[in-house]
Design a protein around this ligand. Structure first.
Ligand SMILES: [Zn+2]
Length: 87
């Protein structure tokens, strides 16, 4: 018999591979702080419909709409490297 493991919502929606109900998939945690939601980090999301890649804060992931093909708000900036200690 399989046991269902219930994760806290925040942990599951920010896990790479999570797909929300709109087809937006979490690619990775960028490590950068969100510019729109204090205390959240920016996650890289990818749209399964048009392959758009963009940034979203952890609180928005579960309801995120693609900024390119679903009329969602513009994504947060994605940067290549993690935050520098010396910024
Ligand atoms: Zn899209």
């Amino acid at each position: 018999m399989l046991r269902k493991i219930r994760l806290p919502r925040e942990a599951s929606t920010t896990c790479p591979g999570f797909r929300n109900g709109n087809g937006q998939i979490v690619v990775r945690d960028t490590g950068w702080p969100s510019g729109t939601f204090a205390g959240q980090r920016i996650y890289q999301l990818r749209c399964e419909h048009c392959a758009q890649v963009y940034g979203a804060n952890g609180c928005d992931i579960h309801a995120r709409l693609c900024p390119a093909c679903q009329g969602g708000v513009p994504g947060e900036p994605l940067r290549e490297a993690g935050p520098s200690l010396f910024d």
